[in-house]
Design a protein around this ligand. Structure first.
Ligand code: ATP
Length: 544
């Protein structure tokens, strides 16, 4: 693992400023450290020789005050830089994943670990580790240079012993690499398993299997705990080893200086500055070794995030979408798709031309309706054929609801004034309901839409589609799990929505097929190829 990955500055240019500010402060801090050693030596020697103390005292106080101010500023800036770099990396990572088709995105648990804990662990890496790295690059060379000019034997001792510290640190780092990897995998397993259990908890509890998960989570957590303790143990041992080595080296310099002072072969001022400067050459490297362990997760995360950001997707969505785009029009030609892990094509030879109004897509379960929507939305890359479509808004079977206000859930952070939000709510006939809530648009929504009925949630995601401004709205079973009244309300909202947008809805409900302007039926022919039968009249047939 490299101490600092330069790709960070190349690939995420927003991080250059915070890292440059930290670097500049680190360099200034290094200079102030050397200056305070000189000032303090002059003060002590003046006191011993009985000279005037005014200027040496002022210089010493000034140097120490400067060090204090710089260290306070560095701490503040480091906290800001840590948060900034971590946020920028996370945003860049999410942007990279979103620009890729689904088959080139990582597994959900891997994605969660990297974007949540991974990006968060970059904060201490930048805030604590990088300043020590800068200090290690500035202070030791300056200290050695001063020693070389003033007292070459002390410089020789430092030059001979100093490389042992990074050598030891690298050897220990190589040993801890495997542990860090193991810890990272354990964390990834833990979050993936926890996510699955949380998602399936209602089902597990209703089948009386909830208790069993306690033991599994405990087992995975213990594995993570053991890996963490092993890393901590190594961290303590290695910093103790580096401490010992540095102390012995400084002691050698001190003994040599002491002997020469005793024999009158050395000036007191030179001897004292050598004793004060020698530790300054070691401590930044000792600190790098110590901080490295607490920042190891962050360093690992920075590398993994940069690997993700720099890996070029085979077929970026931008390229596939570049030629498509007549608003409200979707054309699929000889479309075929085979899942990366699948043996046979789910869709084969599907051709469609869809335009304004409401289109219902039907077909037996497992025939590939959801897959078709994802291909039309550009979330997947076709294995064969082409899709020509503008940017679409896809409403999946389990739409996302975040634990934030109703307004944020509708706009998803996009700019939209209150009037447009109310207009979208009017389209889906929820205007009156939201107006009756005590906090209106600012009503808190729980995770997964908690606090709203399934029918209300189905209409809220339609309002979100209205606000998206997309000319094509794709819906995957918008009325699944709704009773007849709930479904009727959604159907009415869909009728209003399709006056201004092209709406394509996968459904198993005959009422929606009847309501639609066009009907596409997906079925398999005798050869196993997908076959589409398209009827453009208001469909009256059963939805298979
Ligand atoms: N991630 C995946 N990896 C491999 N195969 C998959 C994946 N997702 C779906 N499939 C397979 O692709 C086929 C089509 O799935 P799809 O979800 O598109 O069907 P569907 O027509 O929407 O079904 P339903 O009406 O039950 O929702 C199914 O046989 C399914 O097993």
């Amino acid at each position: 693992m490299a101490p600092f990955d330069l790709r960070l500055l190349r690939q995420v240019p927003q991080t250059r400023r915070p890292v440059a500010v930290l670097g500049a402060l680190g360099a200034l801090g290094g200079l102030a450290t050397i200056a305070s050693a000189f000032a303090l030596t002059t003060l002590v020697v003046s006191a011993v020789r009985g000279s005037d103390l005014t200027w040496p005292a002022v210089a010493t106080a000034g140097a120490f005050a400067l060090r204090a101010v710089l260290s306070w500023t560095t701490e503040r800036v480091a906290a800001w830089a840590g948060a900034r770099v971590s946020t920028d990396l996370r945003a860049e990572l999410l942007r990279t994943w979103l620009s890729r088709p689904a088959e080139q995105r990582p597994d959900p648990d891997e994605a969660l670990t990297l974007s949540a804990q991974g990006a968060a662990s970059v904060e201490p890496y930048v805030a604590k580790y990088l300043p020590t790295l800068v200090a290690a690059a500035v202070v030791p060379p300056l200290a050695i240079l001063c020693l070389l000019v003033l007292d070459w034997p002390s410089a020789l001792v430092v030059v001979l012993t100093l490389p042992l510290l990074p050598l030891f640190a690298a050897l220990i780092g190589m040993t801890t690499q495997a542990d860090t990897d193991r810890r990272w995998r354990a964390l990834s397993d833990l979050s993936g398993h926890f996510l699955d259990v949380m998602a399936g908890l209602p089902t597990l509890v209703s089948y009386g299997r909830g208790e069993r998960q306690v033991a599994t989570i405990e087992r995975v957590s213990q594995r993570h705990r053991r890996a963490t303790v092993r890393t901590l143990r190594l961290a303590f041992m290695s910093s103790a080893a580096l401490e010992l080595l540095a102390t012995i080296s400084v002691a050698i310099v001190a003994v040599l200086v002491g002997l020469r002072l005793t024999h009158g072969q050395m000036d007191l001022w030179v001897g004292m500055i050598a004793i004060l400067l020698a530790p300054e050459a070691y401590w930044p490297i000792r600190r790098v070794g110590a901080e490295f362990h607490s920042a190891a997760d962050g360093a690992q995360a920075v590398q993994s995030i940069l690997d993700e950001i720099s890996s070029e997707p085979g077929d970026p969505m931008g390229q596939r979408r570049a030629k498509g785009g007549e608003p409200g029009r979707v054309v699929a030609t000889d479309l075929g798709y085979t899942y990366p892990a699948g043996q046979r094509a789910v869709l084969d030879g599907v051709s469609l031309r869809l335009g304004s109004g409401l289109t219902a897509i039907t077909g037996p379960s497992g025939v590939g309706k959801t897959t078709l929507l994802e291909l039309l939305a550009g979330l997947r890359t076709p294995s064969a054929g082409t899709v020509d479509a503008p940017a679409c808004h896809l409403v999946t079977q389990r739409p996302f609801f975040g634990a934030t206000t109703l307004r944020d859930n509708l706009t998803l952070g996009n700019d939209a004034d209150d009037a447009s939000v109310w207009e979208a709510l009017r389209v889906v006939q929820l205007e009156g309901f939201v107006a009756s809530l005590p906090q209106g648009l600012y009503t808190a929504v729980g995770d997964d839409g908690f606090g709203f009925s399934a029918g209300q949630r189905a209409r809220l995601v339609l309002a979100r589609a209205v606000l998206s401004g997309a000319s094509v709205v794709l819906l995957d079973e918008p009325t699944a799990h709704l009773d007849d009244d709930g479904a009727a309300a959604v159907h009415e909202a869909l009728r209003t929505l399709c006056e201004t947008r092209t709406v394509i809805a996968v459904t198993h409900r005959s009422e929606l097929v009847t309501l639609a302007d066009h009907h596409v039926h997906l079925g398999a022919d005798r050869t196993g190829r997908s076959a589409t039968s398209v009827s453009t009249a208001a469909a009256s047939g059963e939805p298979a």
